[in-house]
Design a protein around this ligand. Structure first.
Ligand SMILES: NC(=O)c1ccc[n+]([C@@H]2O[C@H](COP(=O)([O-])OP(=O)(O)OC[C@H]3O[C@@H](n4cnc5c(N)ncnc54)[C@H](OP(=O)(O)O)[C@@H]3O)[C@@H](O)[C@H]2O)c1
Length: 289
């Protein structure tokens, strides 16, 4: 495994496993930090309409492409339909706006940010993603913050739509992006996704730096000569997740990518099985709307 390691999604497209998250990255510095991340080896940027930094993030990508002569196909860019826009009309509009703001010919991955909007809203917004794939605007699609009951609802709709309209017409689920770390390992969602080849993207993989003093992280950090953040990211990769660490600090951007020269042993991976359910962010996976 190295920084270029990719996962082939159900769509057939590949995604670099290590992503660079830009939630809460101010728009006025996003271009600069995205450029720094790409110079440090990351090839995957996770943004969202709600983060209000799609445009400067794309500018960072374009600056890097120009600087290094790298084609667009070497960089993976994700955006999301905001939680308050989970319906057909708004989702369709949102995708067009991302294309306009970024100036990209296509978006690599588009997600529904949260399972809000009720059944009609969720399935309508999904239909908008499916149409965007057919129109060549988006390559791969998925969801975020979906619990197993939301995933089941979507899968049933995809099957019904395929039965009526033909194979592939209901869309292909590629990704579920959820909060994932040793204090929230979500085995139920993990099992559902891995049985279907759906990639789990791990957000808040550093637990927002709130657990760096935990004994188990300090111990493993000392053993491997790595920081708590690097141990957490290694755990995520070894679990088969796609971690999306965020940092606006250049030295940490580099630190978070320097995770390919060690491997946690089986016992050390097990020592991080806390069995806890302790989100550090919001948790729409449990929403019953
Ligand atoms: N789909 C969703 O609902 C959702 C929700 C949350 C996040 N996400 C995605 O996941 C990404 C990451 O999640 P997150 O931003 O919530 O949390 P995170 O990546 O777990 O933590 C980010 C925090 O950790 C600090 N940090 C980063 N590297 C560090 C290091 N090596 N040592 C010590 N502190 C470090 C950062 O500080 P500095 O920036 O000051 O360096 C920042 O305060 C987001 O940017 C976004 O792309 C998605």
């Amino acid at each position: 495994m190295d920084i270029n390691t990719k996962f082939r999604m159900n769509s057939g497209y590949e995604i670099p496993l290590l992503g660079y998250g830009v939630y809460q990255t101010p728009a006025d510095i996003a271009e600069d930090v995205v450029l720094h991340a790409l110079r440090s080896g990351y090839r995957h940027v996770d943004s969202a309409t709600a983060y209000r930094n799609e445009e400067p993030s794309a500018a960072g990508i374009k600056a890097f492409m120009k600087e290094k002569g790298v084609p667009r196909s070497e960089i993976f860019f994700t955006s999301k339909v905001p939680p308050k826009m989970i319906n057909y009309e708004d989702a369709s509009k949102c995708i067009d706006e991302t294309l306009a703001k970024t100036g990209f010919d296509y978006i690599d991955l588009y997600l529904l940010h949260a399972p809000y909007g009720g059944r009609r809203g969720r399935l309508g917004a999904w239909k908008a993603l499916v149409e965007a794939v057919a129109a060549g605007k988006v390559r791969s699609i998925g969801v975020s913050n979906y619990g197993v009951h939301h995933l089941e609802e979507l899968e049933a709709w995809i099957k019904e739509t395929e039965a009526k309209e033909g194979k592939g017409k209901g869309g292909i689920l590629d990704v579920n992006q959820v909060e994932l770390h040793p204090w929230l390992a979500r085995p139920d969602i993990g099992e559902w996704c891995s049985e279907r080849g759906v990639l789990l993207e791990a957000y808040s993989p550093l637990v927002r730096a709130t657990r760096n003093e935990e004994g188990v992280l300090r111990k493993l950090g000392e053993k491997y000569g790595k920081t708590p953040a690097q141990v957490l990211l290694r755990w995520s990769l070894q679990k088969g997740f796609s971690p999306l660490p965020k940092s606006v600090t250049k030295s940490r951007i580099e630190e978070n990518a320097a995770i390919y020269d060690f491997e946690l042993s089986k016992e050390d991976m097990e020592s991080l099985n806390t069995g806890e359910y302790a989100p550090c962010a919001w948790d729409p996976t449990v929403s019953m709307d």
